[in-house]
Design a protein around this ligand. Sequence first.
Ligand SMILES: [Zn+2]
Length: 509
Amino acid sequence: MRWATLLLFVCACATTPPSKHAGTERLCVANARTLDRDTLTSIVIVEDRIAGLYEGEVGGCTDRIDAAGAWVLPAFHDAHVHMMSGATALTSADLTGADDVDQILERVKRFAAEHSDHAWIIGRGWTFDAAPEPSAALLAGVDARPIFLESYDGHAAWVNDAALRAAGVEGSGLLLEGAIASVEDHVPARSREEKIAALEIAIDHVLALGVTSVDDITTDPETFALYDALEARDALPIRATVSLPLDGDLEAYAHLREEHPGRFGYLKGFVDGVVEAKTAYLLEPYATDASTRGAPLIPKDRLDELVKRADGAGFRVALHCIGDAAVRMALDAFEGTTTPGHRIEHVEVADPSDLPRFAELGVTASMQPYHANPFGPTPDAGVWSRNLGAARLPNTFPWRALLDAGATLRFGSDWPVMSADPLRGLAVALTRRDENGAPQDGWNAHQVVTLEEALAAYGSGPVREGAAADLVVLAADVDPTAPRTLWRGARVRLVISRGRVRARPGSPR
Ligand SMILES: [Zn+2]
């Protein structure tokens, strides 16, 4: 086995571009607690690889970090994140966690006052729990400028009269799904340099949380050039794939794939919407409205055709499916495909009879553990749970059932829909409890996974010789085997990516 490992190491080195390090530099992380080793370990990094793991101290280090017994893990991969929207979230009015309309308006007013230079007031993060009936009328008097407020999941927008006028459209001020673009398209565009700066803000944000690799699910071809510009400046400390819309021009995509090897992610399609807005497509009617079970956003024939077309051209497909009927439609569309790596995103509700099909068809379930922490007075009392009804809840976020059925799981955040913090996701995946430890027995706790399984889904686990030198050193009091500690304040001490210390959260970089 040693030879195999060594061979892997040598081969990886040979194909890796030369780094900024001189060949003789050895970065050592001493006194590291790692997943499958009983004793504290020294991790030796040469260039961008883990060159070796040793019991106790090692010599010849050109730089040394003392983990002092803290946990060291391979840094996390986020399989579903919207980096540009995340950047927007970090630079707009943050409505996350606002309890009611008054709090939302208060935050919008404060942001507007602090940003008198902005032509539009952009906000995001409100929920239907906080604002059950959003309207332009509610925003009257808040500010004279156009106001555009995206819901936490991006499937609704709440705008004022000035925004409707600027867009030349009429309406109540609540826009759902496809109608959002009618106003959003009129928000003043940013320059390329502004977009690159925004992307850097998003990268810094995820990096500080221990994420060194992302599948950016943003479906905008321009994003390729933004990442490339950062790479060319040696300012891209994360690995990133970029996804594009499923119904686009495959010939143009093939060119992009050639021009950006390794950066091409998935062809992303939407099969349905979300449970809160009753746009998720269900096998049985909504518990709160027997007249609807949602509807697919795309006809079945068209979905089948698009998936076959993409698969035939060797593209991996990622389909947004939240309801159990949408999941079934996607699995049906993946029947007979041959390109490896197709995924279904979210899988919030799935019929147990469909779970074995993931393994049979080689389809990955790309899920976001922190979503399984629904808003509301209790998890069962929030809009999400009430819309689904008690009978379906045991089959929601079915990680355990999927793994038991042989499926491959990938975990991500869906940031900025939810926090980008993988440690929070990890805590929910391990316990199905929130940061307050509630509910005590876990919410549908039969779906929890083990630490090894959860880390694997985040692209983490034991530190291995020959692997990429992407590591996260956790704070001294954070212990993944005691999930309660994963919620604590400053939980990441430093982040190493491609062999270089990148982020020391809480200190200037
Ligand atoms: Zn998403």
